[in-house]
Design a protein around this ligand. Structure first.
Ligand SMILES: *Cc1c(COP(=O)(O)O)cnc(C)c1O
Length: 384
């Protein structure tokens, strides 16, 4: 039996400080949670606008379940496409200023489906080295030629684009890098797309709802609009629910409906979730106060940790990683915070490059200034 081999591999991971385990929440997602019977102040969710247990969304989900039941019962192309899905797609397309949108069950499945549907062996995909795992897996699945460029290195990307003579070209990038919090140079990327006749897939998992006017996302933040841009965002982070969508030209969306295997061969999400998401979209649109509060907390944290021996990585977003370097030290720090009733995830390789283990602090609108002050105080204690 190969079980001993599996166990040896797990033991090796543990010895390297890389074993991953889960903790079980006994309360809804919020800055103040109970985990295995103990209370924590948490800085690790992506619930940036504090919508994951918002009363209006709970009511919308309840009403959605009353009206539409619990399960979709089939894939979208069979008999699982419901009026709330359709309505949500229309509103999402309008919200991000694109002709059409398509809902997927998760962001991971969206990226797999989009890259696989648009590219084949004769085509080339260009990817930032710090892209999210789902984009990395997507390019492997597509079987396209792969070119990876150094994080944000537009000169290297331009060289790679210039070398490609035939086939379709697709640049794929996180808009807000999920483990670093910095923004991709989207205007420069779009300019390269125009110069080399390429498409740009923008993964706005961490920008949608947070950046841009009314939380319309990274494209609004940079004031960018182009048919070359294929926009995707997740609905389980700032939107507080679950799922994801792509917004693009109608011909792209029609291609995805026909070709994206992770769209075609899976059961549609419950229509009640779309009802909740329609309510979430309203809260996002009217969420200027929430975003202003979040921005204030970001400044407070950066100011408060400026004198620490470890430095925060350059980021203006809700993702504020504290660079530690060593895996064990990152774990130890995370453990020290936990003893003080604060929960911040230690992120280690392979999620981030070797030697760049970090505490990934994420802020939410639901945090108070006192919450952030508590984290600042605890990190100063642990630094001594
Ligand atoms: C979270 C995330 C995804 C995956 O989205 P899910 O809906 O959680 O599957 C994709 N891309 C990025 C950059 C993410 O952070």
């Amino acid at each position: 039996m190969p079980f001993t081999q599996l166990q040896t591999e797990l033991d090796e991971r543990a010895a390297l400080g890389l074993l991953r385990t889960r903790r079980t929440l006994d309360t809804p997602q919020s800055p103040h949670i109970i985990v295995d019977g103990k209370s924590y102040l948490a800085f690790c969710s992506n619930d940036y606008l504090g919508l994951a247990h918002h009363p209006q969304l709970i009511t919308a989900l309840q009403n959605g379940a009353q009206q539409w039941g619990v399960g979709a019962g089939a894939a979208h192309l069979v008999s699982g496409h419901f009026a709330p899905h359709h309505q949500l797609e229309m509103q999402l397309a309008e919200f991000v200023s694109k002709p059409a949108a398509l809902l997927f069950s998760t962001g991971y499945m969206t990226n797999l489906g989009v890259v696989q549907a648009l590219l084949g062996k004769a085509d080339t995909v260009y990817a930032d080295k710090l892209n999210h795992a789902s984009l990395n897996d997507a390019m492997l699945l597509s079987r396209a030629q792969i070119k990876r460029y150094r994080h944000g290195d537009m000169a290297q990307l331009a060289e790679q684009l210039a070398q490609t003579q035939t086939g379709r070209k697709l640049i794929i990038t996180d808009a807000v890098f999920s483990m670093d919090g910095d923004l991709a140079p989207l205007p420069e990327l779009l300019a390269l797309c125009e110069q080399f006749d390429a498409w740009l897939l923008v993964d706005d998992a961490h920008g949608f709802g947070v950046l841009g006017e009314q939380g319309r996302g990274s494209l609004a933040h940079f004031n960018l609009s182009s048919p070359r841009i294929i926009y995707m965002a997740t609905l389980g982070k700032a939107a507080g629910v679950s799922g994801a969508f792509v917004a693009a030209e109608q011909v792209v969306i029609d291609t995805l409906i026909n070709q994206a295997r992770s769209y075609v061969y899976t059961t549609a999400t419950p229509p009640a979730l779309s009802v909740a998401l329609l309510a979430s979209l309203q809260l996002i649109k009217n969420g200027d106060d929430r975003r202003a509060h979040l921005q204030k907390l970001i400044t407070q944290l950066r100011d408060g940790l400026a004198d620490l021996a470890w430095s925060l990585m350059p980021s203006d977003t809700a993702i504020q990683p504290l660079l530690i370097g060593d895996n064990h030290q990152a774990l130890k720090l995370s453990e020290g915070l936990r003893e003080r009733g604060i929960w911040v995830a230690a992120i280690r390789p392979p999620t981030v490059p070797q030697g760049t283990a970090r505490l990934r602090i994420t802020l939410s609108e639901a945090h108070s200034e006192a919450d952030v002050q508590q984290l600042i105080g605890a990190l100063h204690e642990l630094a001594c």
